[in-house]
Design a protein around this ligand. Structure first.
Ligand code: FAD
Ligand code: NAI
Length: 475
């Protein structure tokens, strides 16, 4: 006999665990299945984000930034440091502790919200009047049934054809977060979000880092002015980024990896590296889910086909997060999870795709929401732009970090904010104000007229809003 539930959630990454909690809050009897194992074989809910994504990468970014500051920036504050060393094993152990705190936090939240957690792989078995039967195999062996299923099975790293990950020399995000020593020479393929974040970590720790990017433009999805400013900063740091390359044969040997490629000028090039990180995007994961057992529709890239409300082709079956269309971001997965739980409960959950923020946690950080200047031009929208450099911000000077700017784009007629783009210190936090403003359909003048604490980095946001009307006060 299958155990009956109102909702079964498959996957406990940010999409799945948040959907499970929200559904439980709304009074439903919820099961959540996840197969991720920690080193001891126990459950490790939280998905890619918690185990090999957002959380561990930010832990390593923090450790490596401290190391960089101790080596290069303490002196300007009058602090003398000699013999600064990095204990890589300790850095990785700290990262693992942070990950475990998050895994344990989710298990605690499941208990608190009375979500029944099943550790194992969930697969569709059959459909009957009672609903969809989902078989759990692995640590737990169970059969569950529910009328509503939320699939949140996430994504996996995309490999280069013919170059499988061995996680020793050829690394995905997983291996890139577990390197036991600083590679002397590190090559990354793909200068997207992972390439820049992981490249930054290992460069700060002493690697000679080269990133090979296929496209001729750097960070094509980012506002051009912001991407240019970021590139200048990365060049200064010694992060070597080669654009417009065509990667050829990759030879993996005991000594390391040799990458053959053609550069933008069409010249044949060879790079020897101790380690190679492949960061060329991610692919939706439905491995072991048995979509065929119930006729669940996938698209040609293997993603689950959903409509704007995350409904699949099967009544009562929903899918959220990286396994469906849209940006592969933890907060996007969470918002979809909440919205689906609310729709199942008969409410009107909604995700505003126009106000999903993006953050790249490099130094300087890059953050944006809404449309870029190049998108507005392509869309034929008349706009006004205003920028303010951190160089003219008192708090940035006191912090010793004046790289970058805040940029506002507002409708030329109505002054409604259409996009906000930032590169600079702590812009991962500053972007929230822009998201709130856009959700409330604020004008640039609304932000310009709001009192911002002094001295704070957020004053750069206010000043950039003032710049839209050409009336900055401090520049
Ligand atoms: P996932 O987090 O991938 O979770 C899916 C879960 O489902 C996994 O636990 C998996 O084990 C489980 N599962 C799959 N199939 C089954 C099955 N059949 N049965 C049982 N369980 C199953 N995003 C950000 O917003 N900010 C960041 O800073 C950020 N940093 C990142 C850094 C890196 C290195 C990487 C790789 C990604 C990063 N991301 C970041 C992206 C983010 O991790 C994903 O967008 C997010 O995890 C997607 O959530 P999800 O719930 O859809 O899937
Ligand atoms: P990405 O899509 O950000 O970048 C991939 C890059 O690789 C692109 O610039 C692409 O042009 C390039 N590329 C693709 N094929 C190539 C090839 N054959 N040769 C050379 N270059 C090639 O993907 P990435 O960095 O792997 O990250 C995956 C996703 O994970 C991101 O899109 C993002 O959604 C998420 N993520 C989010 C983070 C954040 O929010 N801070 C951090 C890390 C990941």
């Amino acid at each position: 006999m299958s155990k009956p539930f109102d909702v079964i959630v498959i996957g406990a990454g940010p999409g799945g665990y948040i959907a499970a909690i929200r559904a439980a809050q709304l009074g439903m009897n919820v099961a959540c299945i996840d197969e991720w194992k920690n080193e001891a074989g126990g459950p490790a809910p939280g998905g890619t984000c918690t185990n090999v994504g957002c959380i561990p990468s930010k832990a390593l970014l923090q450790s490596s930034e401290h190391f960089d500051h101790a080596n290069h920036h303490f002196a300007e504050h009058g602090i003398t440091t000699t013999g600064v060393k990095m204990d890589i094993a300790k850095m990785l152990a700290r990262k693992d502790t942070v990950v475990k705190q998050n895994n344990d936090g989710i298990l605690y939240l499941f208990k608190k919200n009375k979500v029944s957690f099943f550790h194992g792989r969930g697969a569709f078995a059959s459909k009957s009047d009672a609903g969809y039967e989902v078989k759990v195999t692995g640590t737990t062996e169970e059969s569950l049934v529910a009328k509503h299923i939320i699939i949140a099975t996430g994504s996996n790293a995309r490999a280069l054809p013919g170059t499988p990950f061995d996680e020793v020399n050829i690394l995905s995000n997983d291996g890139a977060l577990r390197l036991g020593a600083v590679p002397k020479k590190l090559v990354l393929i793909g200068s997207g979000v992972i390439g820049l974040e992981m490249g930054s970590v290992w460069r700060r720790l002493g690697s000679d880092v080269t990133i090979l990017e296929g496209l001729p433009t750097f960070l094509g999805a980012v506002d051009e002015q912001i991407a240019k400013e970021a590139k200048k900063a990365f060049d200064k740091q010694g992060l070597k980024i080669e654009l417009g390359v065509k990667v050829g044969e990759i030879v993996n040997s005991k000594k390391g990896v040799t990458v053959n490629y053609t550069n933008a000028k069409g010249e044949a090039m060879v790079l020897d590296a101790d380690k190679l990180i492949i960061s060329i995007g991610r692919v939706a994961n439905t491995l072991g889910l048995h979509p065929d057992a119930v006729g669940l529709q996938l698209d040609e890239r293997g993603a689950i086909v959903v409509d704007a409300e995350c409904k699949t082709n099967l009544p009562g079956v929903w899918a959220v997060g990286d396994v469906v269309r849209g940006p592969m971001l933890a907060h996007k997965a969470e918002e979809e999870g909440v919205a689906v739980a609310e729709r199942i409960a008969g409410q009107h959950g909604h995700v505003n795709f126009n106000t999903i923020p993006w953050v790249i946690y490099t130094s300087p950080e890059i953050a944006w929401v809404g449309r870029t200047e190049q998108q507005l031009k392509a869309d034929g929208v008349a706009y006004k732009a205003g920028t303010f450099p951190f160089l003219a911000n008192g708090r940035a000077r006191a912090l010793g970090d004046t790289t970058g700017m805040v940029k506002f784009l507002a409708d030329a007629t109505t002054d409604e904010i259409l996009g906000v783009h930032m590169v600079g210190p702590q812009v991962s936090e500053l972007i929230s104000e822009a998201v709130v403003a856009m959700e409330f359909k604020a004008s640039a003048e609304d932000i310009a007229r709001i009192c911002h604490a002094h001295p704070s980095l957020s004053e750069a946001t206010k000043e950039a809003a003032l710049a839209v009307d050409k009336r900055t006060l401090n520049f």
